[in-house]
Design a protein around this ligand. Structure first.
Ligand code: 8IG
Length: 287
């Protein structure tokens, strides 16, 4: 049973199948950390370490082909060498994600996360490109996700599954990120369904609700990650000021260009954070 669209299929069975496929294709039995690369974050994997294996994501059971230009469609296994006696870590890099707006269902949106958990990952780093409400955050500014507001009106959890989200983007991992870069800002990420950007009135609403960032991904993945027992770190790249905050209309081209311009800097930041995560995650249980 590999059809995620079939309600009879257990999505965790498909995730285990995908993880077994990954182990076979990469030769890596277990991965320690997973990394989901969103808009603007694509170059980060190159700085992490040596790529052990790279495969087109759509070949993995349950994965679909990427739909959006600028999203890399490969999955990589990277060996991050431990420094100062720290152990080597296997990092699973998911270079593409399925967005809710693609209409393929929530199970597909979170399948990569569940696969990472089935592959052994205890820590997941979710990255995205987003709009910013704070004018002090120029396009190209990375922001740590402190919490989220899920406006998709859906959940990856099925049935009466109650999961505590009090410390979803854990303070512990945000402390690790701040140790790498004390200047990192923090914000509340608001996920809209998309694929249209917000109206200025919706951005005003997001701000009054307590939001700082608006985007179209991440919250459902974070919930699924927590359900799977993973510790979550979220990093947003502000690629544009949100509608109405900016005097000019948004364009997808602007988003891609801001990502490319910020690429080298945020890639180095992400690589440093992942190397530090390894050290912490190696000695910490999240059960
Ligand atoms: I990149 O301004 C990016 N993704 N919802 N709004 C929403 N998603 C985004 C935006 C934005 N920029």
């Amino acid at each position: 049973m590999t059809d995620l669209d079939d309600p009879q299929t257990d999505p965790f069975d498909v995730a285990r199948l995908a993880a077994a496929y990954l182990a076979e294709r990469t030769g890596v039995e277990r991965h320690d950390v997973a990394l989901v690369l969103g808009s603007g974050w694509g170059g980060a994997a190159d700085l992490l370490g040596e790529t052990v294996a790279e495969l087109p994501s759509h070949e993995i059971p349950g994965f679909s082909a990427p739909a959006v230009m600028g999203h890399v469609g490969t999955t990589r296994s990277i060996l991050v060498r431990g420094e100062d006696g720290a152990p080597d870590r296997h990092v699973l890099v998911l270079g593409s994600r399925t967005h809710l707006y693609e209409g393929r269902g929530v199970r597909r949106v979170v399948h990569g996360v569940r696969t990472a958990a089935a592959a052994g990952a205890r820590t997941i780093v979710l990255t995205n490109g987003c709009g910013g409400l704070n004018t002090a955050w120029a396009p190209g500014t990375p922001v740590l996700i402190r919490d989220h507001i899920n406006l998709t009106a859906t959940s990856p959890l099925e049935g009466a599954t109650f999961i505590d989200l009090t410390d979803l983007y854990t303070q512990r991992l945000r402390d690790v990120a701040h140790a790498v870069d004390p200047s990192l800002a923090e914000g509340v990420y608001v996920q809209f369904p998309g694929p249209h950007y917000e109206t200025p009135a919706e951005v005003t609403m997001a701000g009054r609700m307590g939001g700082d960032l608006v985007g179209m991904s991440t919250t459902l993945e974070a919930i699924a990650a927590r359900q799977a027992g993973m510790e979550v770190l979220g990093l947003s790249l502000v690629t544009n000021l949100a509608a109405g905050i900016s005097p000019v209309p948004l364009s997808h081209q602007e988003v891609i260009e801001a990502g490319q311009a910020a690429g080298p800097r945020i890639s180095a930041l992400l690589a440093s954070i992942v190397r530090c995560l390894d050290d912490v995650a190696a000695t910490t249980s999240v059960d």
